[in-house]
Write a protein that binds this ligand. Structure first.
Ligand code: C2E
Ligand code: CA
Ligand code: CA
Length: 589
């Protein structure tokens, strides 16, 4: 059966079986001992044969270690595929003049059974032998056959679980680590290159498996392995591994810095086949690390390769070389997320500040936006944009939003007791909106706090993501139904197609600072802002301008018909007590 490597499974099995492996051969020695004792013949051995040689992998009372296939008696067992018995070689025309009979090890009696692997390929023999002739009964033949079967079953299992990937038949991750260890032990300081190649993301792999079955996925992986092997044009000392499903590694000696680019070009666009009819286009990502094996522990070399690969995947690049700086940054990011999880658990470090929102019609405060801050134990005060985008990529974001909402509700209760009844808006991400039962949970929390839902507004940004997520759209509609005020954040930055507004149930549109900041100085921006505000007002939205930093801008916005403003001109975001003082001072514009 041809395999992805263009070799046969048989050859691969032979390659593994002929290679040195002390652990395996120790077990084989126990098998030979058992065989000799059960059959009552002093000599026994296990041999593995390729097309040229016979290798004795374990033996008892038998001194031969290797012979040419030509000389091997076992050649006849291999050819017949059955147990072969020769009670006395001196009486057998085939062997009379044979070198192993005339000379050491002076084989006089021989009985051999073929080692037939699961797929029928014969890789060697289990034999009993002696320097004296023997009569070998039918019962002994059966016993030898049985022992050979048990031994092949064991070898088969050993072969499959040890160092090969069962699907692609390439050496596996364990095998890569073992090879790296050997290079390390050999004190190799000449540079080596390890390239991790990602061909198929797991989500996609499971989609294929679910739709077409596991065999289809395996066929695809085999096809990818075959394609890689052909396109990479491997040299003798290059080694290709399967490190996990759809992920490969190439280990090669002495490569230059342009190597990942060259490889990526060699690989080009890969279209892999699942069956006769179906083919899919794959996006390949490569991550490369150069290292001196003696100076870099195997696990670290692999980690660095994977780190480079993740950099390439994360950036959507065809290849990336390991970069210590970005690796350190990632480590820091990871630590930061770890600390954030800790901060959420321990109720220390995180706190909220509130920025007032003022009505341009009455000049009075109409609400506040809650903004998150983090007093990090070592890094000091961190702005939200330093840790929230990281949290967004994990399930920590839900914890952050819940923390903010619980804290805001507690603050609203405190303020109510002091006679302050301004609504507070909180920022939520699309992943929050998509959470099952988010609106119900919010409603329950408010009910429990004895607060009405018009005291809490929800600000959301990332319009494009929102529109793409049916779950988030459903969540948004549920919030609307339960009476929460919904505000669209950062309008006018990035993706701002007016058409989509009709599809999302918003009450307030917050104009992004980038639209507001240039107003005082730039006539063109004034025209844009005026038209945007007019249009939004015609569509019946409440329009709030963010980032108002001076009076001139405020007056202009009032002239354009803008409803509310928020910005440093009125107040910076303040801690709760600061807000109370600010409200008392009555310093509103
Ligand atoms: P955002 O929602 O657009 O919040 C407004 C940001 O503009 C705040 O930055 C605020 O401090 C800043 N700002 C307000 N007025 C002015 C001004 O006049 N001039 C200038 N230059 N800046 C002004 P901050 O607090 O650093 O927050 C940044 C972003 O982080 C927020 O942008 C929001 O997207 C996100 N964020 C903050 N807190 C939370 C939170 O609790 N949850 C979520 N999901 N995101 C949050
Ligand atoms: Ca906001
Ligand atoms: Ca904003």
């Amino acid at each position: 059966m041809p395999t992805p490597q263009g070799e046969t499974r048989y050859q691969l099995a032979l390659e593994m079986l002929t290679a040195d492996d002390a652990g395996r051969d120790e077990i084989l020695s126990k098998f030979t001992r058992l065989t000799s004792e059960l059959l009552n013949i002093p000599g026994s051995f296990v041999s593995i044969m390729n097309e040229h040689q016979q290798y004795i992998k374990a033996a008892r009372n038998f001194s031969l270690q290797q012979s040419s296939l030509e000389d091997a008696l076992c050649r006849h067992t291999l050819a017949s595929g059955e147990v072969m018995v020769c009670p006395d070689t001196h009486l057998d025309e085939r062997f009379k003049a044979h070198p192993l009979i005339k000379d050491s090890p002076y084989i006089r009696f021989y009985a051999g059974a073929p080692l037939k692997m699961r797929d029928g390929a014969i890789v060697g023999t289990l034999c009993v032998t002696d320097v004296l002739p023997h009569i070998f009964t039918e019962e002994q033949v059966k016993l030898l056959e049985l022992l050979a079967e048990i031994m092949t079953a064991w070898l088969d299992a050993w072969y499959h679980t040890s160092l090969r990937d069962v699907v692609t038949l390439l050496p596996n991750r364990q095998s890569l680590l073992r090879d790296l260890e050997q290079l390390e032990d050999g004190g190799i300081i000449q540079p080596y290159s390890l390239v991790l190649i990602d061909c198929i993301d797991m989500a996609r792999a499971y989609d294929i498996a679910r739709a077409l079955g596991m065999y289809a996925l395996e066929a695809l992986l085999q096809n990818i392995a075959a394609l890689l092997r052909t396109r990479l044009q491997l040299r003798d000392d290059d080694r290709l591994y399967t490190v996990s499903k759809g992920r490969f590694a190439l280990l090669s000696a002495g490569k230059t810095s342009g190597w990942p680019k060259q490889l990526s070009e060699k690989l080009g666009q890969v279209r892999a086949r699942i069956g006769e009819e179906i083919a899919i286009d794959l996006t390949l990502h490569l991550g490369e690390v150069s290292f001196a094996p003696a100076l870099c522990p195997p696990v670290e070399a692999l980690r660095r390769g994977v780190s480079a690969l993740h950099e390439a995947i994360g950036q959507g690049l065809p290849y990336a070389a390991f970069d210590l700086e970005s690796d350190n940054r990632r480590k820091l990011d990871f630590l930061l997320l770890h600390d954030l999880a800790e901060a959420l658990r321990s109720e220390g470090g995180l706190y909220l500040v509130y920025q007032p929102q003022i009505s341009l019609h009455s000049g009075l405060p109409v609400g506040m936006e809650a903004l998150l801050r983090w007093q990090h134990p070592r890094l000091g005060n961190l702005p939200p944009l330093q840790f929230l985008p990281l949290a967004e990529q994990t399930n920590l974001m839900a914890g952050v939003t819940d923390w903010v909402i619980v804290s805001v509700l507690a603050q609203l209760k405190l303020w109510r007791a002091k006679g302050i009844n301004l609504p507070v808006s909180v920022n939520v991400s699309v992943s929050d909106l998509a959470r099952e039962g988010f609106a119900d949970w919010l409603e329950r929390m408010l009910l429990r706090a004895g607060l009405s839902s018009d005291l809490l507004s929800i600000e959301c940004l990332e319009t494009e993501k929102l529109l793409e997520s049916p779950d988030a759209m459903r969540g948004l509609n549920q919030l609307k139904l339960r009476g929460f005020t919904l505000a669209l954040d950062d309008f006018g930055s990035g993706y701002s197609n007016i058409n989509y507004l009709k599809r999302i149930p918003m009450d307030v549109i917050k104009l992004d600072r980038s639209l507001i900041a240039p107003l005082a100085a730039d006539g063109g921006s004034q025209i844009v802002a005026r038209h945007v505000i007019t249009m939004l007002k015609e569509l019946n939205y409440i329009v709030l301008a963010e980032g108002v930093e001076d009076e001139e801008t405020l007056l202009m916005l009032r002239g354009f018909g803008c409803d509310e403003i928020q910005g440093y001109f009125c107040s910076k975001p303040l801690p709760a007590e600061g807000v109370e003082q600010w409200l008392k001072s009555g310093k509103t514009p």
